[in-house]
Ligand binder design. Structure first.
Ligand SMILES: Cc1cc2nc3c(=O)[nH]c(=O)nc-3n(C[C@H](O)[C@H](O)[C@H](O)COP(=O)(O)O)c2cc1C
Length: 194
C-alpha cells in the first residue's frame, strides 16, 4: 500500500505540461496510461468510480507517433486492451482544428486519449433523480474528471507530459473521428514525452 506522504507528493508533482519533446511513445506506455484512465481493477470493477457502476465512459486512442501502433483511431476496452484500427492516418491536425482557440499542443502530442460518454445511457439510468431527466450528464462530467485525474497521475508517474483539453468543439471532434452517434466527446488528454 502506498504511503500517504508518497501519494501527496505525487498529487503535488502533478502538473499540466504542454511542451512535448516530439519523440515517440511506446505502445506499452499508451496502453498503461489507458489502463490508468479506464482499466479493469481485477475485482469486476474499474480503477475509476462510476455512478451506479454503470460505466458509461468510453476511451479512444488517437495514435500519432507511437512505436508499434499505426497512426489513427483505436478503440479501448479493459481488460481486452486496444481494439483494431477504426480510422487510419494522422488525425492530430483535425483534433487541433476542433480545439477551441489556439491549442498547438494538440497537434504536437504523440498521442491523444479521447474521453467520451454515453450520455443517453447515463440519463436513462438516473432520469428519476432530476426533474429534467438529465442527472446522467452531471455524473458523466464527474466521471470524466476522475478519469482525467487518473491520466494526469499516471502521466506523472511515467515521467511524461500531459494536458487535459476540455476546450473542444464536440461536433467537430465527433466528425473528425467519426465517433458512434451515442458517444459524446467530453475532453482530450494529450500526452507525449517531456
Ligand atoms: C475541466 C478542465 C479543462 C481544461 N481545458 C484545457 C484546455 O482546453 N486547454 C489547456 O491547455 N488546458 C486545459 N486545462 C488544464 C488547465 O489549464 C490546468 O489544469 C490549469 O492551468 C492548472 O494547472 P495544473 O494542471 O498544472 O495544476 C483544463 C483543465 C480542466 C480541469
Amino acid at each position: 500500500m502506498a504511503r500517504i506522504d508518497t501519494f501527496q507528493s505525487l498529487l503535488s508533482a502533478r502538473r499540466t505540461r504542454r511542451d512535448f519533446a516530439g519523440t515517440p511513445l511506446s505502445r506499452v506506455q499508451v496502453e498503461t496510461l489507458l489502463a490508468c484512465g479506464l482499466g479493469a481493477s481485477g475485482d469486476g470493477q474499474m480503477v475509476v468510480p462510476s455512478a451506479g457502476a454503470l460505466y458509461p465512459m468510453h476511451l479512444f486512442l488517437v495514435a500519432g507517433d507511437v512505436e508499434g501502433l499505426l497512426p489513427g483511431l483505436h478503440g479501448w476496452s479493459s481488460p481486452e486492451g486496444l481494439g483494431p484500427l477504426l480510422q487510419s492516418g494522422d488525425l492530430r491536425p483535425g483534433l487541433q482544428q476542433a480545439a477551441l482557440e489556439e491549442q498547438p499542443w494538440v497537434g504536437r502530442a504523440a498521442a491523444l486519449i479521447v474521453i467520451t460518454a454515453d450520455i443517453g445511457a447515463a440519463n436513462a439510468a438516473f432520469h428519476e433523480q432530476q426533474p429534467d431527466g438529465k442527472r446522467g450528464e452531471r455524473y458523466a462530467a464527474m466521471e470524466a474528471g476522475a478519469i482525467a485525474q487518473s491520466l494526469y497521475l499516471g502521466t506523472e508517474v511515467m515521467g511524461l507530459a500531459g494536458v487535459l483539453v476540455g476546450g473542444i468543439d464536440d461536433a467537430e471532434i465527433s466528425v473528425a473521428l467519426d465517433l458512434p452517434d451515442d458517444l459524446t466527446p467530453l475532453a482530450l488528454f494529450a500526452v507525449g514525452n517531456r
